[in-house]
Ligand binder design. Structure first.
Ligand code: SF4
Length: 356
């Protein structure tokens, strides 16, 4: 279910909101002052399906790198600005496709008006990016660090922008607490139709980061709230993109990449299901089409799952039975997981090459 009631905002040709697909974005963790490293990382992110990339702009030197990064990036670039209205203006001059401002640290009315006027002249949208960890002191005094305070912080900046006739707005309300993230977005979505960028901020790394993001973002998307997502993980940002698609696929919102169906393994397991799954996840993040791959340890549920997948492998004592589109093709590998994994990879790439 997509929130078709939100407005549409155009970010360098990528449309966020309305009935457009949920847009997947990420943020580089390279030093923006190093354009080569940043461009390399942007290309890797885009290779894994990232549709918009945000870069931090902490100082003048980073702002001066932007023109080259923008010129060489295959997707629109968003500038992440804190504290300094001048950096926002420099980023606009450099040609960014969107600005992210933090209403907790650019607070003066005249600064926000100045940025709104410059963005309006170039038709560049602004994300009002509220973070519960950096709320303005006035908001904290009145509301505490609460969902209502987060919404009030966004509202204050929205009013200033609207006062300048600026409505090209995306909003995010992020907290490291899942419940506060969900609640603030629900409150906001009830009142406004500006598109929402979802994320659980500082979710952490590894398992706990994935779980927090999946629950926070998944809960909201399941209610039709949210138009673009960024998964914040303490990890290589490429993992953020893979996780974003996993969440979207689980909700049947987008189907990019390999949907791995694999059994939990048990005492009947005849092949290295975990090793095969790990291989596909590590080596096949570049697959852009949609494909379902079943990895099953034995024939108990294996034949059924492999038979109803695009590519499937079922463990037997002689190796893996390979199925393509429900038909048995051959028996692959023996005890060698890598040989079997490469054969599955070949079958998946063949399948995609035939247009799925
Ligand atoms: S498919 Fe076979 S190996 Fe896998 S969990 Fe089920 S019974 Fe065990």
């Amino acid at each position: 279910m997509i929130n078709e009631n939100s407005r549409v905002v155009d970010v360098g040709g990528v449309k966020i909101g309305g009935d457009n697909p949920i847009v997947v974005q990420s943020m580089t963790n390279t030093d923006t002052r190093d354009p080569d490293a940043t461009i390399d990382q942007i290309r890797r992110l885009v290779g894994h399906g990232c549709e918009l990339v945000r870069v931090a702009v902490p100082d003048d030197e980073a702002a001066r790198s932007l023109s080259r990064i923008i010129a060489e990036s295959p997707v629109p670039i968003i500038a992440d600005i804190h504290y300094s209205p001048d950096l926002a203006l420099m980023a606009l001059d450099a040609g960014v496709a969107k600005l992210r401002l933090n209403p907790g640290n650019i607070t003066l009315d005249r600064d926000i008006r100045r940025i709104a006027d410059a963005a309006s002249e170039k038709s560049i949208p602004i994300r009002v990016g509220v973070n519960s960890g950096s709320l303005d002191q006035e908001i904290i005094d009145e509301y505490g660090r609460t969902a209502a305070g987060m919404v009030a912080s966004a509202e204050r900046e929205i009013r200033l922008l609207e006062g300048q006739g600026f409505e090209d707005i995306v909003v995010s309300l992020k907290s490291s607490e899942v419940n506060m993230t969900v609640e603030s977005n629900r409150i906001f979505a009830e009142k406004y139709d500006y598109p929402l960028h979802l994320g659980v901020t500082e979710a952490g790394g590894g398992r706990s980061g994935l779980v927090k993001s999946a629950i926070g973002i998944g809960t909201l998307l399941g209610e039709g709230i949210g138009d673009t997502i960024r998964i914040s993980l303490t990890a290589d940002p490429v993992e953020e993109v893979g996780t974003a698609y996993d969440i979207l696929r689980a909700l049947d919102l987008r189907n990019r990449g390999i949907d791995i169906v694999s059994c939990p393994t048990c005492g009947r397991t005849e092949i290295d299901v975990q090793g095969l799954g790990g291989y596909l996840e590590r080596n096949m993040g570049d697959v852009t089409g949609s494909i379902r791959v079943a990895l099953m340890g034995c024939s108990v549920n294996g034949i059924g799952e492999a038979g109803s997948s695009n590519v499937g492998v079922v463990g037997t004592e002689n190796g893996g039975l390979l199925y393509v589109d429900g038909e048995y093709k051959e028996t692959i590998g023996d005890d060698d997981t890598d040989v079997m994994a490469e054969k599955i990879e070949e079958s998946v790439r063949d399948y995609m090459g035939r247009g799925g």
